[in-house]
Ligand binder design. Structure first.
Ligand code: ZN
Length: 219
């Protein structure tokens, strides 16, 4: 019995050249998109990416033909394969979700000079944010310098002149402003953002003492 028969060949016409197109949504050949749970998305994708194929595969007669031509074994194999694939996709999506849920953004206010602050934004890479674009948005919004730089841990952070953490948080959480959503994704929740206020360096006491000592005449 041909239970291992390839299921990817139901066309009755002459054999077409072997440039196989895979759906960008479900990764199946577009003829099979209809058998998976994302078929609505698949259909929309095909319609915009390959309108001719969309017309071909989604005409009513095409769909009827295809179903009629599948053998019981082919259907079973297809179902099994799709179930496997779907489960894999689900697991992947769950993993990604967990990863994002545990991802943290840290907004750190650092005092550089007396009352002069720099705000560090760390962790945006967890949300696939383009840091250069983000820095540009911050620079425009605050009319202040905003640069991408490396942290000592090797990650990248954005440094913004000024104490901007509250405004930055608002920007990250914004789900309405198209410009902001385009850069930050509109999927960050407030429990994923921590604001840290860096305490002035401990050496203030020591340096004050040193400064005081310097005032004392050396004689
Ligand atoms: Zn598809």
């Amino acid at each position: 019995m041909a239970s291992t028969a390839p299921v990817a060949s139901t066309s009755k016409g002459p054999i077409e050249p072997q440039t196989v197109l895979y759906c960008a949504i479900c990764s199946y050949p577009p003829e099979y998109c209809e058998f998976n749970s994302k078929k609505a998305k698949c259909k929309a994708w095909l319609e915009s990416a390959h309108p001719a194929l969309h017309a071909k595969y989604y005409s009513e007669s095409a769909l009827e033909d295809k179903l009629a031509n599948l053998t019981v074994e082919q259907r079973a194999a297809l179902d099994k394969d799709l179930a496997k694939k779907e489960k894999k996709e689900e697991q992947k999506a769950e993993k990604e979700k967990a990863k994002q849920a545990s991802a943290k953004i840290i907004l750190k206010r650092m005092e550089r000079n007396k009352k002069k602050y720099v705000t560090s934004v760390q962790g945006l890479h967890h949300f696939n944010v383009d840091l250069k674009k983000a820095a540009k948005l911050f620079a425009n919004k605050f009319g202040a310098g905003a640069t991408v730089s490396k942290t000592p841990q090797g990650d990248e952070e954005i440094l913004i002149q000024g104490d901007t953490s509250a405004d930055v948080e608002e920007m990250l959480l914004n789900q309405e402003d198209k410009k902001l959503v385009a850069v930050f994704g509109g999927k960050i929740s407030d429990n994923q953002i921590s604001t840290v206020i860096e305490q002035p360096k401990k050496k203030t006491a020591a340096s004050e003492a040193a400064a005081a000592a310097a005032l004392v005449p050396a004689q």
